[in-house]
Design a protein around this ligand. Sequence first.
Ligand code: 5GP
Ligand code: 5GP
Length: 230
Amino acid sequence: MMGIVFKLVLLILMLCPLTINSSFQYLTFVQQWPKGYCTANPSRCQRNPLPTVFTIHGLWPGNFTKILQNCRTTSYTKLKNFQDWNNRNLRWPDLAKPSPTMQNFRELRFQSFWEHEWKKHGTCSENMYPEATYFSRTIQLSQRHNILNYLAMGNIRPGSNPTVSSVNSTIYRAISNHVPDLMCVTPPRQTPALVEIGICFTATMTTIIDCPSQFLRTGSCGIGTINFPA
Ligand code: 5GP
Ligand code: 5GP
């Protein structure tokens, strides 16, 4: 009897970390084209001047059956030092806010995009990436994956009208033959505008994987040419 109880306890202890760690299985690292975001959301776009590089939207943990959101209620830690704010802002600006000053950057509205991303997505990988790590690792990914450079490999540059398939295959090749996640927004009576490009990673962020097909937003780009606005 004791033997069975012991074995059961052992089994539960062995399975526990498995169930905890398997809460997310991969990460979608999403970067956005600021001019695309602003073409798609003219009324929300407040940043001036706009960055002319792809900037971070977020790092989204998921598993292969569903998109994970709002996993815990862990609060967001506001940055209190301007240098820290500025470093994060450089690669992860909130395009829906004007630039703050050194006097008012501590106001939550100037960090609400980061707060939103942390609460909605970051908390779903908190077991592996606590808040500070989540932000620093995401910024590291953006240093390693320069989408403008990737697109230039296929001669695709801002101010052009590439085909969806050329954007797809250029990124595919640039990330060693893995499927990216493209997202476009189509303003009324216009061509779809390129807004986001996601690259998917294993949970450890060490290996790129094909983005899971059931979550791909590439359909939002249609099948013809798209606008890559300068
Ligand atoms: P998610 O909420 O899953 O992170 O992404 C979707 C939302 O992020 C959308 O509502 C989209 O408009 C918003 N979004 C994308 N880029 C920005 C940005 O630069 N600033 C803000 N505030 N929202 C953004
Ligand atoms: P949008 O940028 O269109 O406003 O937001 C896209 C939505 O897809 C977001 O709400 C985001 O949370 C959700 N999403 C979360 N994980 C994934 C994923 O792995 N792939 C895709 N395509 N979308 C995801």
